[in-house]
Design a protein around this ligand. Structure first.
Ligand code: CA
Ligand code: CA
Ligand code: CA
Length: 257
């Protein structure tokens, strides 16, 4: 009967551990890779700006009046967002580096924007790439485009006050860049007329399905302590994984009862 009690204790403990492990969110880790994506620091902390020509990215608190026909406009959310503005033709690049994790099961990028393209008097409101807003994955030093996630295209509405929520699955792209440091980049390029691209709430998240190391550790620890009361047959499959432990649990019960 002592053996049976030990067996019951072992079975019960394993069942609890297995249930706890199987329902634990720790199996998939979700990570946000963008800091200050809402610009609520009131600064570009975390971001890198590269500007070519007479333009730049500016923190907008609702009082910023760009040189374009656009009047001051409230931030998309909170107290601040980021706005591109210019006096002359320019390329304005706002990017933030991040390291792509390994074992990615899903990846998503999202942001909110407003678009004010004042090239409406020209034959083409948007031109690729010289009167365009685009969101890309760049290499670590920002010199190479690895993927274009989204861009404006000829025929798009020139004025889109929104705010326009945009979200894209970039799982495949990031799975091909695992372990690398890359940049999420927002570029506004203009050489036809004024163009204000306003962004806020920028987020890039990945889910990883790495081996459940933390869960296995707790299972093994619990099982090993109790395992001393019974058969070490348990330990081999338990170390191998939850599924293995489950299978041997069934086998153990079948053999002993
Ligand atoms: Ca904001
Ligand atoms: Ca203005
Ligand atoms: Ca385009």
């Amino acid at each position: 009967m002592v053996f049976n009690n030990a067996q019951k204790l072992l079975a019960g403990t394993l069942a609890l551990v297995l249930v706890a492990g199987m329902t634990s969110p720790a199996f998939a880790a979700s990570t946000e890779h963008i800091t200050n994506g809402d610009f609520e620091t009131g600064t570009f902390a975390g971001w890198t700006i590269v500007e070519v020509g007479e333009g730049n990215w500016f923190i907008n608190d609702g009082t910023f009046d760009p040189p374009s026909p656009l009047d001051p406009i409230a931030p998309i959310s909170g107290q601040f967002d980021a706005m591109s503005a210019q006096d002359e033709p320019s390329i304005n690049i706002l990017s933030e580096p991040f390291t792509v994790p390994t074992g990615i099961s899903s990846a998503n990028v999202s942001w909110d924007d407003r678009i004010f393209n004042f090239a409406g008097v020209e034959s083409n409101v948007f031109e690729d790439p010289n009167q365009e807003a685009r969101v890309e994955i760049l290499n670590s030093d920002g010199t190479t485009v690895l993927d274009t996630i989204w861009s404006t295209n000829p025929g798009d509405p020139d004025i889109q006050p929104g705010p326009n929520p945009r979200s894209f699955d970039i799982t495949t792209t990031l799975q091909g860049l695992e372990g690398q440091t890359v940049r999420l980049s927002f570029t506004e390029e203009d050489d036809v007329n004024y163009f204000n691209f306003i962004v806020d709430n920028i987020s890039l998240t990945t889910d990883t399905d790495n081996p459940v190391a933390g869960e296995l550790l707790s299972i093994n620890t619990s099982a090993l302590v109790i395992g001393g009361l019974s058969s070490m047959m348990w330990m081999i499959p338990a170390v191998a994984g939850i599924a293995g432990a489950g299978i041997y649990f069934v086998k153990f019960r079948a053999n002993r009862n």
